[in-house]
Design a protein around this ligand. Sequence first.
Ligand SMILES: C[S@@+](CC[C@H](N)C(=O)[O-])C[C@H]1O[C@@H](n2cnc3c(N)ncnc32)[C@H](O)[C@@H]1O
Length: 285
Amino acid sequence: MVTVGELQRDARRRLAEAGVETAALDARLIVQHELGLTHETLIAEPGLQVDQTGRDAVNASIARRLDHEPVSRIIGEREFFGRAFAVTRDVLDPRPDTETLIEQVLEIARLKDHLRIADIGTGSGAIIATLLAELGTALGTAVDVSGAALDVARLNATALAVEDRLEFVQTSWLEGVRGPYDVIVSNPPYIETSMIKSLSPEVARYDPILALDGGADGLAAYRAIVPQAFERLEPSGFLCLEVGARQATMVHELMTEHGFLDSGPIPTLRYDLAGHVRVVTGQKP
Ligand SMILES: C[S@@+](CC[C@H](N)C(=O)[O-])C[C@H]1O[C@@H](n2cnc3c(N)ncnc32)[C@H](O)[C@@H]1O
C-alpha cells in the first residue's frame, strides 16, 4: 500500500522529469479522477491508503500522459469559463483563449436582451452552452459538420440545463441554416495544413483533424463563413470570429470586403491574456 500523497508526488516527479510543464496540476487531476477524490480530500488527507487497483489506474493514466495525451482527454473533462465540459476524441479540447470570445459576446449582450446566437463549428459546445448558461434569455443554434461532435455538444448542453434553448444542426458552415441571428460566433479550424504536423503531439495527435485544418493558408473556413454569416445576421448584428496568430488583419479585411463595419461600441479586436488578438468582430450595417 502507498499513500495518496506518495502516489501524487511520484506521478508529479515522473511527469516533470519527462518535461511536462503542468506536471503538478496534471498529476493532481489524474490522481483525483482515478481515485474518485476531491481536491479538498487530497489536501486534507495525504495519508489515505491506496490499494493496488487504485495505484494501477493512476499509473496507467500517467503512462498515457507521458505518451502526450492531454489530461482533459484522459479524465474526459475540461473546465471552460468555470464549468465542466465532457471532452471526447471527436471534439477539440476547448482552450482557455476561447474564453475571449465569450467575454466579447457578453459585452454585446449588454446592448440587447433575448439574443439569438449561432455557433459555427460548435465541437464540444463549450462556446454556445456557456453563452446560454450566462444569458438566461438567449436562444442558440449549434452547428457542426461532425455528427459525433454534435452528440458531445448535446451532452454538455444537457449537463448545463440549456438544451431546451438550443437547436443542433449538422451541416457545413451555415448551409441550410436560415436564421436570422443577432450574433454569430465561431472558433473555426484555422491551422495551415502544412503546419499541423509540427504542432505539439498533444494537439497534432489528439485533436480531430477536422477541428484544426484551415486549408493551405489557414483561412479557408473564414472565406466560407463571412459571406454566409452576413446573409443570416439581422441588421446591426455581430459576427465574432476567433483567429490564430497573424490572422487578425486578413480576417478583418475579409469582413470589410463583405460589407461588415467595425463593431461600433464593441471592440473590433479583442486580445487574449497573452496580449494576442484573439477575436475579430464585425457589425452588419
Ligand atoms: C477549432 S474547432 C472549435 C470547437 C469549439 N467551438 C471550441 O471552440 O472548442 C472547429 C470545429 O469546426 C468543425 N468544422 C470543421 N469543418 C466544418 C464545416 N465545414 N462546417 C461546420 N463545422 C465544421 C469541426 O468539426 C470542429 O468541431
